[in-house]
Design a protein around this ligand. Structure first.
Ligand SMILES: Cc1ncc(COP(=O)(O)O)c(C=O)c1O
Length: 377
């Protein structure tokens, strides 16, 4: 029986939670309602701490199994890595490993080259790691300009970055060309597939963004986005164990002797929930989810085109932005009406992420409200 005090606390919590906007009104997030099996898995692993893997041996073993699964998906069964807090941490650890491995070759401050379209986590990376961030321009399709990346590389460059599923447009950089360039220039190539990593492999004609390219050294791939795992669940995978070794520090009072992760205490819930979804749904189940999201993306595009809005690029995946000078006003007015969309930096546009919770019903309801908003503005 729940005590009176407990019941009151729970009521208080529910009142706060009720103030959150439900996912059925959110068309801007790269996260989604976790899959029911992810929720069950999460509950079983509530008290686990992968920061002390000698205690949580089963959880650690499961993490290894999930990394092999993700490695297989990324076309390198023996890839190594771990499940972390999200794309930000995965990107930090990808660049940190590259910096550490190349440290002896770099005379002055290290630099990395990222596309202008990169996620803002790279701002944090510059600050935390003290590496200079050089931004390469993009072509007319919003893919990184290879020529510019090449021009920006110098003897202090430790890594170049390609994005497989840009945050704002869902575009994929020319990873094959970046891979050739990385090999030629002897720098690491980190691929940020935080979003696209669990979309592209399940598309009808998957673009080869992964370890099939010999120059790719590390990949960010987040189960808490299209993997429908519970938050937090990010992923960082490396081509070989040297990258992990470059991150290792000694951990004198734990059950392990060394640690390569960024955080110390870290939950096993992300491991369990991500594993459960991939295992239960399998490749075919994930394909069906992605197919539905793509179909709904097309439905949204058709509706928006009828209202006179043109997409910035033809959607590559389930992220789509529409040009409008009134992007900020539209976003603000929709938010006032408790609908959440976002805007992008360049060009002025409103952005949508068609996650599994953005069903056809959600799109119909949204478009009805959107029509009123554009009429009023
Ligand atoms: C391409 C990309 N990389 C990294 C991130 C950061 O992920 P997180 O918010 O899980 O740290 C995002 C988040 O949207 C992203 O879209």
């Amino acid at each position: 029986m729940e005590s009176q005090e407990d019941a009151e606390v729970i009521e208080e919590l529910k009142a706060y939670r009720a103030k959150d906007i439900p996912y059925s009104r959110v068309l801007s997030s790269m996260c989604t309602t976790p899959h029911p099996i992810a929720v069950k898995a999460h509950q079983i692993f509530l008290e686990t701490n992968l920061g002390d893997p000698g205690i949580f041996k089963g959880t650690r073993e499961l993490e290894g199994k999930l990394i092999r699964m993700l490695g297989e998906l990324l076309n390198k069964q023996d890839a190594v890595g771990y499940i972390c807090s999200g794309g930000t941490e995965a990107n930090i650890q990808g660049i940190r490993a590259a910096r550490n491995l190349k440290r002896k070759d770099v005379k002055r401050d290290a630099n990395i080259i990222i596309p202008k379209t990169a996620h803002f986590s790279f701002e944090k990376i510059g600050d935390i790691l003290g590496v200079e961030i050089r931004r390469a321009g993009i072509d007319e399709d919003y893919r990184v300009d290879i020529g510019e990346v090449e021009r920006l590389i110098d003897s202090n460059t430790v890594a170049i970055v390609g994005i497989a599923g840009t945050t704002e447009l869902g575009q994929i950089d020319p990873i094959e060309d970046l891979s050739d360039l990385a090999i030629e220039s002897q720098v690491e190539l980190h691929v940020d597939a935080a979003f696209g990593g669990l979309v592209i492999p399940f598309m009808d004609e998957p673009y080869p963004f992964d370890f099939r390219n010999d120059g790719v050294s590390s990949i960010t791939i987040d189960p808490h986005k299209m993997g429908m795992a519970t938050i937090p669940a990010g992923g960082i995978l490396y081509r070989s164990v040297e990258y992990l070794q470059s991150l290792e520090i000694e951990t004198p009072y734990l059950t392990s002797k060394t640690q390569f992760t960024l955080t110390g205490t870290r939950p096993g819930t992300g491991v369990a929930s991500a594993y459960a979804v991939l295992k239960a749904l399998g490749f075919n189940g994930m394909k069906k989810i992605v197919k539905k999201c793509m179909r709904n993306t097309r439905m949204l595009v058709e509706e928006m085109e009828q209202l006179g809005f043109e997409p910035v690029i033809e959607p590559v995946m389930n992220v789509v932005s529409f040009k409008t000078e009134k992007s900020e006003e539209i976003k603000r007015e929709l938010y006032r009406r408790k609908w959440v969309i976002s805007t992008i930096r360049e060009p002025k546009a409103i952005r949508f992420v068609v996650m599994p919770h953005v069903t056809d019903d959600v799109i119909v309801n949204f478009i009805a409200e959107f029509r009123k908003v554009v009429k009023d503005i």
